[in-house]
Ligand binder design. Structure first.
Ligand SMILES: *Cc1c(COP(=O)(O)O)cnc(C)c1O
Length: 401
């Protein structure tokens, strides 16, 4: 599978995916974004970068992650289901693929300090991890409310030597942490790199993060080929918060129309309840965190506060590439409620002995909805493990007795 030189689904020379993308940043931030934009492709294509990145993915992250034939789940749905086990990555999710890549870029740009934002704390932990590994100072901005809600991850970051700074403005959650991390970056442009945790933000972040996560579909191709004789599945399923695990799972299949790309977004308590994060179902085009994309907003353009049972999907937008995949119909977007996700999380635990992250459970909840036939092959990107979500799952144990 080769990547078409001019694919309608990949970033163009100006940083756009169709009408989405770009770099809508304040003038003060422009030099930082420009430095990254002018250097990222050259850096990540250097053989020495590729060697170091691949070695760390192998020896530190534990790649390749297995592609597991889920026999009991397959029998239940009358089709063939493979799980791409990103939950087995070091730190328990796919996020570390990106933070490893970005810290290697930061080192080559001569940066001494890393700043990051985090909501649930998963990206903060993945960032603090690679900063410890590389001996770089790490500052993580986190909403004051999230610091209270996500104590175990705050403790992990501190254990790893990171400084966790509370964001006390606005709603004191992820979008405010993002604003404060960007402010820090503006004031420290020469020695700091900002590690964004998903395929969001100004160009080149969405493309750079997708490239680091593309290892997911690259491995899937060779593993499927080995196990089934064919590198392309009929369906590729992934959940979308900002969209980085989905971007990696879709990457090498974008220009293969025979592969149906299915993205699961969080419908929370229901798409029309006012408590959801169903961006494509409810959102409209606008600018969020430096990119033109689709986001949930009020009639006068204020960002709507999102809700999902899963902290990693609790984001009011999606990355610009996903906005384009949605607008062109290349990917199908399904809205999955908290209840559907819980059902799927308990089902996988009981059928396969794998407790998925609540985010990942949204992708699994698409299995009864896609109508896969007995002779078809479905791959689910199992983005993370569910240990962090045990308290939430436990509240619902009785319903699944
Ligand atoms: C953060 C997270 C997500 C959502 O982020 P994406 O950028 O959309 O992949 C999904 N699954 C897990 C396990 C996560 O930690």
């Amino acid at each position: 599978m080769t990547i078409a030189a001019t694919s309608p689904y990949r970033v163009d020379a100006t940083g756009y995916y169709g009408p989405f993308g770009g770099a809508y940043v304040p003038e003060m931030l422009y030099p930082n974004v420009e430095e990254l934009r002018d250097n990222y492709l050259r850096i990540i294509q250097e053989p020495e970068f590729q060697r170091e990145f691949t070695q760390l993915l192998t020896d530190y992250v534990g790649r390749p992650t297995p592609l597991f034939l889920a026999r009991r789940l397959s029998a239940h749905y009358g089709t063939t289901i493979y799980l791409k086990r990103e939950d087995l990555c070091h730190t328990g999710a796919h996020k570390v693929n990106n933070t490893i890549g970005q810290i290697l870029v930061a080192k080559r740009l001569g940066k001494k300090r890393i700043v990051a934002e985090t909501g649930a704390g998963q990206h903060g932990v993945a960032t603090a991890t690679v900063c410890a590994l590389m001996g770089l100072e790490c500052i993580v901005y986190m909403g004051e409310i999230d610091i209270e809600r996500q104590k175990p991850n705050v403790d992990r970051m501190r254990m790893l030597g990171a400084k966790v700074v509370p964001a006390t403005s606005g709603s004191k959650t992820l979008k405010d942490a993002t604003n404060e991390a960007m402010r820090h970056w503006i004031s420290n442009p020469t020695d700091t790199h900002y590690i964004i945790g998903s395929v969001v933000g100004p160009h080149p972040y969405p493309d750079m993060v997708a490239r680091f996560q593309s290892v997911i579909s690259a491995e899937t191709i060779s593993q499927l080929l080995h196990q089934t004789g064919r590198g392309t599945p009929d369906f590729m399923l992934a959940c979308v918060g900002g969209g980085s695990n989905a971007a990696g799972a879709f990457y090498h299949y974008l220009d293969e129309p025979s592969v149906r790309l299915v993205a699961a977004e969080a419908a929370g308590k229901g798409v029309n309840t006012g408590h959801s994060a169903a961006t494509t179902a409810l959102g409209k085009p606008g600018i969020l965190h430096g990119a033109s994309t689709i986001l949930m907003q009020t009639a006068d353009g204020q960002v709507t506060e999102p809700y999902s049972i899963s902290a990693g999907l609790d984001y009011p937008g999606i990355g610009p590439q996903h906005a384009h995949l949605f607008a062109t119909g290349r990917a199908e977007f399904l809205s999955i409620t908290d209840k559907q996700a819980l059902d799927a999380g308990f089902q996988l635990s009981r059928l396969e002995g794998i407790i998925p992250a609540l985010e990942t459970a949204h992708a699994l909840a698409c299995l009864p909805l896609i109508g896969a036939k007995p002779d078809e092959v479905v791959v689910v990107c199992l983005s993370g493990r569910g240990d962090k979500d045990l308290a939430t799952y436990t509240k619902h144990l009785e319903e699944y007795a």
